[in-house]
Design a protein around this ligand. Structure first.
Ligand code: HEC
Length: 107
């Protein structure tokens, strides 16, 4: 019993320190000008991140599809306006954004 509580506590602290060092998703979105075209909770030129999260909810390949569409850009999923490729986005920032969308894109 005691060991279990300790393990839960260790897990909590590990998560807390991780999120303190990694850049917040919204900071990455601001830094890369994503928010010029996407609102977190509303459509601008592209879909709101809440809409993207809802569309891909429960899909096993959501993370891979989103990572590819963000990095390489794309068109035709939401309409005829293309999403530009993002060659300057680092792999770790890309992963943070994709994980955040898959987790529901909470502001
Ligand atoms: C010039 C405007 C513009 C910018 C800047 C932009 N996007 Fe997009 N984005 C779009 C449009 C338009 C679409 C819809 C494309 C389509 O219909 O396939 C889209 C689609 C998406 C999708 C959904 C892809 C899918 O498979 O459904 C994600 C996720 C996304 N963008 C993330 C980002 C991120 C992250 C950034 C910044 C690194 C960014 N976008 C920057 C316009 C933009």
């Amino acid at each position: 019993m005691k060991t279990k509580i300790l393990r839960v506590a260790a897990c909590f602290f590990a998560t807390a320190s991780l999120s303190a060092t990694a850049a917040a998703p919204t900071e990455i979105l601001t830094k890369n000008a994503c928010l010029a075209c996407h609102g977190v909770a509303n459509k601008i030129v592209g879909p709101g991140y809440n809409e993207v999260a809802a569309k891909y909810a429960g899909q096993a390949d959501a993370a891979a599809t989103l990572a590819k569409h963000i990095k390489e850009g794309g068109v035709g999923v939401w309409g005829q306006i293309p999403m530009p490729a993002q060659p300057n986005l680092t792999e770790s920032d890309l992963k943070t954004i994709v994980d955040w969308i898959v987790a529901g894109a909470q502001p």
